[in-house]
Design a protein around this ligand. Structure first.
Ligand code: DAH
Length: 345
């Protein structure tokens, strides 16, 4: 009993100290509750008789502290509030005028599409790996089987940091594969979304900065069939249950065999006809079985483990999804453009 009543008073003191009435009405509420004739502290004085003798003095002092704290705070608040409305009045401000509404932001269309892709893979156990955009040469190129002098480096020219020619802005999210594989052992099942850079002329269809999502799955006995089924699942979740996919042989230094995945959208609508150039097929991503050399480069035993990887650009899918004609719109930060997508997903 005695401890509880002490806590009650301490609670009241804490409440008083934390109170910050913003206007006169709130200040009046404060006065009624803590200072007025029917304040909450007064009846507690009547409890002194129930407190054990040896604690009576301490309890009485605590009550006095509560009372004094309330009075002092009230006086200070009153002065503060009156002062500020006088100041405002002096400056010609009308504090009763309605405030400026806060405008709510909306998600960027690239983020909407990226989140949708992430969610699809999360449902089958992939976890997000978020990595650096400023990378070293080794993780971006060498570990991914693109050593210096490799012709594939020309296709991905990038921006180098001035004071260090080995540090660069990553050209693809594939660098995250190297980051993850050098820091953990299989099973690995990650999805890596993020910004990438290329030294390219900016036009309506390409930009020096864009977004990709990378996927990597490494474990024992991972096969090409696993990859195909995973990517079919993705395509159907993303574009609808009716779509089919096709894998065309391709080349990437870090996968063997490598493929490009196309999704069949058909040519029924004018938009699909245009996007697929009359073929019905839309190219979505690059993929393949992780080259054993890449596993070994990163310290993973390629005799024991195998894996598949894939990487796709986000902007191109967003352009398609929202029928946007110019990639530069994504980077101009014009809210009149950006807020149109808020309710889309
Ligand atoms: N990194 C490649 C690019 O930017 C895309 C890619 C292709 C990623 C095949 C992969 C892959 O993981 O297996 O063009």
């Amino acid at each position: 009993m005695s401890v509880e009543i002490f806590d009650t008073v301490k609670g009241i003191i804490a409440e008083i100290e934390a109170s910050q009435p913003a206007n006169e009405e709130a200040l009046e509420q404060f006065r009624l509750r803590y200072v007025g004739t029917k304040n909450v502290i007064k009846p507690l004085f009547g409890e002194i008789k129930n407190v054990p003798n040896e604690l009576k003095k301490e309890f009485g002092q605590l009550l006095n502290t509560a009372k004094e704290t309330a009075e002092a705070k009230y006086a200070a608040l009153k002065e503060q509030l009156e002062g500020s409305s006088e100041d405002a009045g002096a400056q010609g401000l009308d504090l009763s005028a309605p405030g400026e509404p806060l405008s709510l932001g909306s998600r960027h269309p690239v983020a909407i599409v990226m989140n949708r892709i992430i969610r699809i893979f999360e449902r089958i156990g992939f976890v997000v790996a978020d990595e650096r955009e400023i990378e070293d040469d080794w993780h971006n190129f060498t570990a991914m089987n693109t050593p210096e002098d490799h012709p594939a480096r020309d296709m991905q020219d990038t921006f180098y940091l001035q004071d260090s020619l080995t540090m660069l802005l990553r050209t693809h999210t594939s660098s995250v594969q190297a980051r993850v594989m050098t820091s953990q052992q299989p099973p690995i099942r990650i999805i890596a979304p993020g910004r990438v850079y290329r030294n390219e002329t900016v036009s309506a269809r390409s930009h020096c900065q864009f977004h990709q999502v990378e996927g990597l799955y490494v474990d024992e006995n991972v096969s090409f069939a696993d990859m195909k089924q995973t990517l079919l699942y993705f395509a159907r979740e993303m574009f609808g249950p009716q779509v089919s996919i096709r894998l065309r042989p391709s080349y990437f230094p870090f996968t063997e065999p490598s493929a490009e995945m196309d999704v069949y959208l058909g040519t029924a609508t004018e938009k699909d006809y245009r996007l697929t150039k009359g073929t019905g097929w839309l190219e979505i991503m690059g993929c393949g079985m992780v080259d054993p050399q890449v596993l070994d480069n990163c310290g993973i035993d390629s005799k024991k483990y195998s894996g598949f990887a894939f990487g796709m650009g986000i902007e191109r899918q967003a352009l398609r999804l929202y029928d946007i004609g110019d990639i530069r719109l994504f980077f101009e930060n014009d809210v009149r453009f950006l807020r149109q997508f808020a309710a889309a997903y």
